[in-house]
Ligand binder design. Structure first.
Ligand SMILES: *[C@@H]1O[C@H](CO)[C@@H](O)[C@H](O)[C@H]1NC(C)=O
Ligand SMILES: *[C@@H]1O[C@H](CO)[C@@H](O)[C@H](O)[C@H]1NC(C)=O
Ligand SMILES: *[C@@H]1O[C@H](CO)[C@@H](O)[C@H](O)[C@H]1NC(C)=O
Ligand SMILES: *[C@@H]1O[C@H](CO)[C@@H](O)[C@H](O)[C@H]1NC(C)=O
Ligand SMILES: [Cu+2]
Length: 664
């Protein structure tokens, strides 16, 4: 470790350490998240208003009311602090079983708009009500009896809230209900693999009481043995481990990227106004706003206790709200800088999530580009450049799963999202009486991964909102298809076939819904008003990944109606400030009337206008024994890569960072 640190400090000293401007810097930015003081101000403005007459007032979301894009862009081009748009907050509250949407002018200490939401879908759960609902069974006599009957200790049983989706007629009309599911810890910390199967607890969150209880005692709690993951609990023989060799390297030439990073209770990390210096040295916009818009996780077990498990983790639970503090040296490398995030609790008070983001330079020992030339007489040319990148990282722990989102910025102009990691944590386990695959049939809806433990089949669909502004907001979406051309052999050469590119510019939203695996070779966002000296339109390419699954549920299945957009990997919509959340603003118990697929059906024009890409990383998860008791990190990524955005490779004249041997 000593030599690593010394090496790091030496390089840092020699090469001028990079400078990061954190969101809490003294220069205000219109997209800064609300500060603790602003969160407190919003709370006192609201609690001193007539709304506070309600004893049941709870805060479900408080965040920046995003200023209009036009005012942000004019501020951004002028860098004139006098033209900062007024700071406004959006607050979503519940009072007397109603949802209230408020816009608050913070400086003016005024509520500028107040709407009582009439819909049938609900805001994100608060942590406090999830906790309170989880405690209800423990003082509920029939549940206490169920625990006793199973020979378990009540103090080992832990329960938490699970959203129930919407299933048409079966819906609990007009109530904010959740299922409370219970697990057994005690001998192990790995409670998610030890469910109390067959117990149904339905809770009304507004009344905070149990509406429905049933115990079908279907299978015992799976054994604790072999499920522990805490390092302190492991016993020899230990598993294999490589030597810890950490080589990080601060990089000097960061300056070609510039972006704003903000924390939001719902979205987690929001990257805004990302711009890069072009080869002529002037700054050009790339991404106005990028964030995780929704995360849909449907389980594939239609039985009574499992059918409703079709979660929308961003809209129902909050990707930011459930962010986990990152641990230095484990979750992030030694050279990382950490940034805190703030959110409003149920009572509106600000609370910190420390180390919610880490930002670091990464050098993993890979070249960015290379070439060896031996054709030149008398010399061998070996040219290569290190790939040093800047990474912004956050982790959100949504119950049993932990999602790690990385935004990686490369000097080549590429932005990669979640390169080496995306998803880890504990599988959702269904208890079974079986402990051999011979006893398992298709009715089990999963794989036997441990004695008495079925890991149920499910999907993960992570949908990103990508408001690209490639060299400005007026962009078009172009699909490049490969066309196979057959020729007459011998005329004039013996070749019989080749492929060529046929480009098609999407005119309306209907043209811009893409399912991968068709003949689509390239998906481009171009600005036809900004061209290279050779005449190519400035563009960015979306490069998808192997995690390209789409939903296999039938179109008329309730969860699919709610997440209809998961049938395609890519959608393009014209920019609309309100269209941020792919499964709708109110996701809990939504009915599919406000989602990306619905908006797209308007078939609006997407040509030469401000457009937004919606890209979904999709996994069909068929668990295996290696995923138990904790699943090793699964990868899944995509890239936004410049395409005729620069006149030439922007890194061709980059000096090698270190010529010769690495310092010892
Ligand atoms: C409502 O106002 C009272 C008196 O000002 C205060 O004590 C209480 O905390 C407020 N309620 C909420 C939910 O903030
Ligand atoms: C390039 O690599 C070759 C083979 O490793 C080596 O012989 C040669 O000296 C290198 N040339 C330079 C200029 O470093
Ligand atoms: C298999 O399950 C049965 C009944 O649940 C139990 O008695 C037995 O010990 C289990 N065997 C193993 C290897 O876990
Ligand atoms: C979308 O609009 C275009 C242009 O008006 C039209 O040609 C096309 O048929 C429409 N598609 C759908 C699915 O409505
Ligand atoms: Cu999974």
């Amino acid at each position: 470790m000593v030599s690593v640190t010394r090496c790091f400090l030496l390089l840092c000293f020699l090469l001028l350490c990079f400078i990061l401007i954190s969101p809490s810097s003294s220069h205000p930015h219109p997209l800064d998240p609300l500060t603790p003081a602003e969160l407190s101000a919003v709370r006192s403005i609201i609690t001193s208003s007539p709304l506070n007459l309600s004893a049941s007032l709870t805060f479900h979301y408080v965040g920046l009311d995003e200023p209009d894009k036009s005012s942000v862009l004019s501020w951004s081009s002028a860098y004139s602090y006098s033209s900062l748009p007024p700071r406004r907050a959006m607050a979503i509250l519940r009072a007397e079983s109603q949802t209230h949407e408020l816009i608050v002018d913070i400086a003016g200490a005024a509520i500028v708009s107040h709407i009582v939401q009439p819909g049938t879908a609900y805001p994100m759960l608060t942590i406090e009500e999830e906790t309170a609902a989880g405690l209800l069974p423990k003082s509920y006599a029939p549940f206490v009896e169920s625990v006793r009957k199973r020979g378990l200790q009540l103090e080992d049983v832990l329960c938490t809230s699970y959203t129930r989706g919407w299933f048409g007629a079966v819906a609990a009309k007009g109530r904010r209900v959740v299922s409370v599911l219970c697990f057994v810890a005690g001998e192990t910390a790995n409670l998610y693999v030890r469910p109390l199967e067959g117990i149904k607890v339905v809770v009304d969150l507004d009344e905070m009481k149990i509406l429905e209880y049933r115990d079908r005692e279907v299978a015992p709690v799976p054994p604790a043995e072999g499920t522990e993951y805490r390092a302190a609990k492991q016993r020899p023989p230990f598993g294999p481990r490589g030597k810890r060799v950490v080589v990080e390297q601060p990089e000097v030439r960061w300056a070609n990227w510039d972006f704003h990073l903000a924390f939001d209770t719902r979205a987690g990390a929001i990257i805004s106004l990302a711009s890069i210096k072009d080869t002529g040295g002037s700054r050009r916009s790339v991404l106005y706003r990028g964030f995780v818009s929704e995360l849909f996780v449907p389980y594939m077990d239609p039985s009574e206790d499992w059918y409703f498990k079709t979660y929308m983790d961003v809209g129902e639970y909050g990707f930011g709200l459930l962010a986990s503090p990152l641990q230095p040296m484990i979750d992030c490398p030694p050279n990382a800088d950490f940034i805190d995030g703030y959110y409003a609790t149920e009572s509106g008070e600000p609370l910190v999530i420390s180390n919610v983001f880490c930002v670091f330079e990464r050098y993993a020992g890979d070249p960015s580009w290379r070439h060896t030339e031996t054709m030149i007489p008398g010399e061998t040319i070996n040219e290569s450049r290190e790939e040093v990148t800047l990474v912004v990282r956050m982790v959100s722990t949504l119950g049993n799963y932990d999602y790690m989102i990385d935004w990686e910025f490369r000097t080549t102009g590429t932005i990669r999202v979640s390169v080496n990691n995306l998803l880890t944590g504990v599988l959702a386990i269904k208890a079974t009486t079986h402990n051999h695959t011979d006893q398992i049939n298709t009715d089990e809806h999963g794989e036997l991964v441990a004695p008495n433990s079925i890991a149920v089949y499910h999907d993960h669909f992570v949908t990103f909102h990508l408001d690209l502004d490639v060299a400005g907001p007026a962009n078009s979406f172009v699909k490049a298809n490969l066309k196979i051309v057959h020729t007459n052999s011998g005329n004039p050469t013996p070749r019989k076939s080749y492929w060529t590119v046929v480009r098609e510019t999407a005119r309306t939203e209907a043209d811009a819904r893409v399912r991968f695996g068709d003949s689509t070779a390239e998906l481009l966002v171009v600005n036809t008003g900004v061209r290279t000296s050779l005449g190519n339109a400035a563009g960015y390419r979306l490069v998808g990944s192997s995690a390209a699954g789409t939903s296999l549920l039938s179109d008329d299945d309730y969860p699919q109606i709610r997440a209809a957009y998961t049938k395609k990997q890519l959608w393009v919509t014209p920019y609309h400030k309100e269209e941020k959340w792919a499964a709708g603003f109110y996701a809990d118990q939504s009915r599919g009337d406000d989602n990306l697929a619905k908006w797209s059906m308007r078939n609006r024009s997407v040509e030469n206008t401000d457009i937004v890409l919606w890209y979904t990383l999709g996994f069909h998860h068929i668990p295996s024994q290696e995923d138990f008791p904790v699943m090793p990190m699964l990868t899944g990524s995509f890239e936004l890569r410049p395409f005729n955005f620069f006149e030439r490779s922007p890194v061709i004249n980059t000096e090698p960072f270190y010529k010769g041997l690495w310092p010892q």
